[in-house]
Design a protein. Structure first.
Length: 230
């Protein structure tokens, strides 16, 4: 009787070769230029002082098991960037500077002036103007900014009167560190080499603002290798 051999999953070295192939590298360079370009634009906004930046690029596999074999891509590469800034002066002024910089197009206020519309510059400024409290004393919904294409989100510390402890949206207690490397491919850059933790940035400036960039339509994915259907 002839024995039939079942092909096992590709070795890490084979997957790494795919992650370092010409097509992956071309898409990697384009995605990195896009993310780093946006981060650089925020660093030039008046009133924002860089605390630290974390850039991640990872390729990994989605494994299965005997009962539920993997059905997704064989290899997925994704990228993201995060920057933490200290805010000098009033948050509202910095938000106006961000708006004037035309870095991205922000979500429109679909509910009209004076109404809450998540992600819009209009509501973010209204929140700051009203100090997070409605005329009847109710706390307003937490503000944020989100780009129209959902690639960029911005959050900042808010502390409506009477909020104990203050509602710090920007989290993180420890000095940022890179996550463990993947077996296939991973890169992580933290700038500066000795980054400042969020509480330290907050203590120095009073308010912290965070920018996250992760292309939403692809969940940050810029390269995939499909799984064989055989």
């Amino acid at each position: 009787m002839a024995a039939t051999a079942c092909a096992g999953p590709p070795a890490d070295s084979e997957l790494r070769a795919k992650a370092l192939g010409a097509d992956a590298q071309r898409k990697r360079h384009a995605q990195e230029a896009y993310i780093r370009g946006l981060l650089a634009s925020f660093s030039h906004v008046e009133g924002l002082h860089p605390g630290h930046t974390v850039f991640e690029d990872r390729c990994g596999t989605s494994g299965g098991n005997l009962l539920e074999p993997a059905t997704g891509p064989l290899l997925t590469c994704s990228m993201s960037g995060r920057a933490v800034f200290g805010v000098e002066g009033e948050v509202a002024d910095v938000l106006r500077h961000i708006d004037a910089a035309h870095i991205v197009q922000w979500q429109p206020n679909v509910n009209g002036p004076g109404s809450a519309s998540g992600g819009s510059m209009d509501y973010a400024l209204m929140y700051q103007r009203m100090r997070g409290v409605e005329p009847d004393g109710r706390l307003m919904s937490t503000p944020s900014l989100e780009s129209l294409n959902e690639d960029v989100t911005v959050a900042w510390d808010t502390a409506p009167p009477g909020t104990t402890p203050p509602a710090h949206q920007v989290e993180g207690e420890e000095t940022p560190v890179c996550p463990p490397e993947t077996t296939v491919y991973s890169r992580c850059d933290i700038t500066p080499r000795h980054p400042e933790a969020v509480p330290s940035v907050r203590a120095r400036y009073g308010t912290v603002l965070q920018v996250d960039i992760r292309p939403a339509l692809s969940n940050g994915t810029y390269f995939e290798v499909p799984r064989s259907r055989s």
